[in-house]
Design a protein around this ligand. Sequence first.
Ligand code: ATP
Length: 361
Amino acid sequence: MSIEIRNVSKQFGDFQALRDVSLDIKSGELIALLGPSGCGKTTLLRIIAGLETADVGSIHFSGEDTTDVHVRDRNVGFVFQHYALFRHMTVFENVAFGLRVKPRKERPSEAVIREKVMKLLKLVQLDWIADRYPTQLSGGQRQRIALARALAVEPKVLLLDEPFGALDAKVRKELRRWLRQLHDELHVTSIFVTHDQEEALEVADRVVVINQGKIEQEGTPQQVWDNPATPFVYGFLGDVNLFKGRASDGRVYLDEGMQLDSSDAHGAKDSQAFAYVRPHDLEVERYSPGQNLDAQGRPTGIVAQLSRAIVVGPIARLELIPSESAQSTDNAGDEGLIEAQIPAQQFKDMGLREGETLVVT
Ligand code: ATP
C-alpha cells in the first residue's frame, strides 16, 4: 500500500510540531524518518496511524483519504521503543493475540493460527522460545516478538517508532541488519523513526530528514549522504568541515588555501562557494616551506598544526588548527578546527606528533 502525506500541519498549544509536511511513500518501501529529538517524527507517525489528527492536511492510503478511517480499520501494525508484550502470555500467545481477537467471521481456525504463528516465529528466528514468557527474554528478543506480533495480522503498513532505541549498541546493530533482511522478504510498506543517522542510512530505502517540524531533505541514503541539501542535514549526518571560498574555472579556491573540483562544493553562486568536506575525505602530509604550491604559486592545501590526535581502532582522528593566515578566514568548524580522519596505520607509519605542521588537502 502506498502512503501519500499531503500538507500536514499540527500544533500543540503555541507549539508548531509539524509544518506543511508532504511526502509520497511507495508501496513496499522502507522509509526512515530521521531527526533530532522533538522534531515531530513521532507526531507524524501517530497521525499516519490515526492516533492523532492533523490540524491541516490529509493522509491517503493508496490514494484513499484516511481522515475518517478509524485507527482499528487502517490495517497498520506498530512497534514502539517500549512495546509492552502481555506479561501473562507466552511468546506464542502474544503473537497469536491479534488473530484471536478478530471478529468471529474473520478469525482463523486454531490450526491456521498455530501454523501462522510458528511461521512468524521462525521468520524472526525465535520459534525455539515459543513457550517462554516475556520476562524470560532479552530486550532484543522482546522487540523481535513485538515485530512478529505486529506482522501477525498482515498489516498493510508497519510503523516502527525507535524500535531498537532501548537496546545496547551491539544488539541494535544486529537487529537493524535483521530488520532490513526481513523487509526484503516481506515488502510491507514501513516507516521507521530514528534519531540515529547510522541506523537510518543502513536500514532505509529512503531517508527523510526532519528538523523543527519540516522536511529538510529526502532521498536514498547515498543521495542524502553525498549531497546534503542544507547545512543542517550535513551537520546532522555526521562530522563535517565547512569551508568558504571562491568558485572559478570549474575549481573552488577556499579561503584557507585548498582547491577543490566544483563538483565537490555546494552552493556555488556568484563565484561564492561553500564546501562541506567529511573528515575522512581529507588527506594530510608533512609541511615543508616552498612546496605544496600549484603552477601559479598558490597553495594547494591548508597549512595547519596538529593539535590533537586520537586513535580509535583502525582510524586516527586528527584535530588541526589552520595556520595564522588561514585563521582570519571563516572556517565554521568547532572553534575553527579542522577535523581529518586517516587510517591508524598511516598515522603510525608517518610518525606524526602533536604540534607538527601539516598540509591538509
Ligand atoms: P523524540 O525522538 O524525542 O520522540 P520526536 O521527533 O518524535 O522526538 P514528537 O514526539 O513528534 O518528536 O514531538 C514533537 C514536539 O511536539 C515536541 O516538542 C513535543 O513536546 C510536542 N508534543 C508532542 N505531543 C504533544 C502533546 N500531546 N501535547 C503537547 N505537545 C506535544
